[in-house]
Every structure is written in structure tokens, then in C-alpha cells.
Design a binder for this molecule. Structure first.
Ligand code: ATP
Length: 231
């Protein structure tokens, strides 16, 4: 497997939906272990960027690599290093939480996953409901399970689309070790929270209608400047 100090590199990345350029020339480098927070109003392209990096969408132009793996050539290797938490949970409603996680573990070839699954269910406060079908879960419970799923295979890179949505304050604290800075992982986070997002960022990307209108180290920006993206 390729090894590099760079978690994510995008060069001239363009993604179109028909005529619309959802991402219009993104160039960025995120170092391993660092956090990129992506801001921008609804429709700016944040989710599209995360989905391209996650290999769920292809770039139309330019290149993306994850931990040294060019997604066009080594998508499979990159995928094993990526934990994706999107707007939909990617969990099966007809299965229980334990069954969903066991299935995900099998997909990733994790041997003997039971202990890790139990630990994650405990860490996210789901252990007593782990044998219930996900169809009967509240939104916050589904989000907790989606977080378990995203980190189960111990990915180096986390792609997190508004990861704390639907979580109560206790759950936000509970999942910090899994998806927060304390996780020690490289992270790309889509956020609408200028102050909170800036706090956990090393690097900030601001998008407006697909264009990168802001790219700077977090220390050079204020929450007010990020708030301007939304005006
Ligand atoms: P939000 O803050 O609302 O989640 P976002 O910044 O994540 O928005 P995207 O979901 O990436 O924005 O959308 C970027 C642009 O691409 C929007 O103009 C959107 O309408 C368009 N788009 C996204 N998905 C599709 C699709 N499947 N088909 C056509 N257009 C799409």
C-alpha cells in the first residue's frame, strides 16, 4: 500500500452534474493527522467533495489521492483507509445494530469483530438496544450507529458530513473519542458551524457554488470571516 504524509490531495478537481459544476477546480493538500473543515452555504458542494474523496462519486476532471492512492487507479486500497459518515446512515433498517456492524466487518475482512463491535456499542450508548432493528431507532440512535460503522474498520481518514447532527449533548461527548480530534485520525468535516468548526480545524476550505473562495490555515481565520461565506 502507498504510504505518504499526505492524507488527501486534490488537484484541479471538477465534478459536474449535467451542466452544473458542483466542484469547480479544487486544489488542496491535507497532511496526515490533520483536520480540514469545509464550510459553505447549502448547495456549495461540501457533500459532493466528501463523496468524491470517499470514492462514491468520480471526478470529471483533475485528480484526488488518499494516503498516496490515486482514486482512479487505487480506489480499493483507498477505500480500506476511509471511514465515511454521510447524511444517510448506510445501515440496513431491517437488520439490528449488531447485524449491521457484523455485516460491515465482513465487507472489510475484519477477523473476530465481536469484541470491537461490543466496545463501539458501549461507547455510543447503544449496547442495550443493539439487538433491535434499526427501523425502530430514533434519528440520534441511527447517527450513533452510523458513527460505529464509519470507524469500525479503524480507517486512517474520516470523512464526516455534519457529524454531530441529531446528536444530543451527551452523545456528542460520547463520540468525541471516535470521531473528534482525540481520535488522532486525519479528518475532512463538512460543517455549518463557523466557531465550532474553526476550533477543530487545522485547514479551512470555504466553498461558494462549487468554487474554492477560501483556503487557509485555521489560525489565520476568524469565525466572523467564515460567517461571511453565508452572507
Ligand atoms: P448542503 O449544505 O445543503 O448539504 P452541500 O454544500 O453539501 O449542501 P452538495 O450537496 O454538494 O452541496 O450540492 C452541490 C450542488 O450539486 C448543488 O447545486 C446541488 O443541487 C447539486 N447536486 C448535488 N447532488 C446532485 C445530484 N445527484 N444530481 C444533480 N445535482 C446535484
Amino acid at each position: 500500500m502507498a504510504s505518504t504524509d499526505q492524507a488527501v490531495v486534490c488537484e484541479g478537481l471538477v465534478r459536474r452534474y449535467g451542466e452544473r459544476r458542483a466542484l469547480d477546480g479544487i486544489d488542496l493538500t491535507l497532511k496526515r493527522g490533520q483536520t480540514l473543515v469545509v464550510f459553505g452555504p447549502n448547495g456549495a458542494g461540501k457533500t459532493t467533495l466528501l463523496r468524491v474523496i470517499a470514492t462514491l462519486l468520480r471526478a470529471n476532471e483533475g485528480s484526488v489521492s488518499v494516503l498516496g492512492n490515486d482514486l482512479r487507479k487505487n480506489g480499493r486500497e483507498a477505500r480500506s483507509e476511509i471511514g465515511f459518515l454521510g447524511h444517510s446512515s448506510l445501515c440496513y433498517a431491517d437488520l439490528t445494530a449488531r447485524e449491521n456492524l457484523t455485516y460491515h466487518a465482513r465487507l472489510h475482512g475484519i477477523a473476530d469483530p465481536d469484541e470491537r463491535i461490543e466496545r463501539l456499542l458501549i461507547e455510543t450508548g447503544l449496547e442495550s438496544r443493539g439487538d433491535e432493528r434499526v427501523a425502530g431507532y430514533s434519528r440520534g440512535m441511527v447517527q450513533r450507529l452510523a458513527i460505529c460503522r464509519a470507524v469500525l474498520h479503524e480507517p486512517e481518514l474520516l470523512l464526516l458530513d455534519e457529524p454531530r447532527s441529531n446528536l444530543d449533548p451527551a452523545a456528542i461527548d460520547q463520540v468525541e473519542a471516535l470521531i473528534g480530534a482525540a481520535s488522532g485520525r486525519s479528518r475532512v468535516i463538512a460543517s455549518h458551524d463557523p466557531a465550532g468548526g474553526l476550533e477543530e480545524a487545522d485547514l479551512v476550505l470555504g466553498l461558494r457554488a462549487g468554487s474554492p473562495v477560501m483556503l487557509a490555515p485555521a489560525g489565520e481565520l476568524t469565525a466572523e470571516q467564515i460567517g461571511e461565506l453565508y452572507r
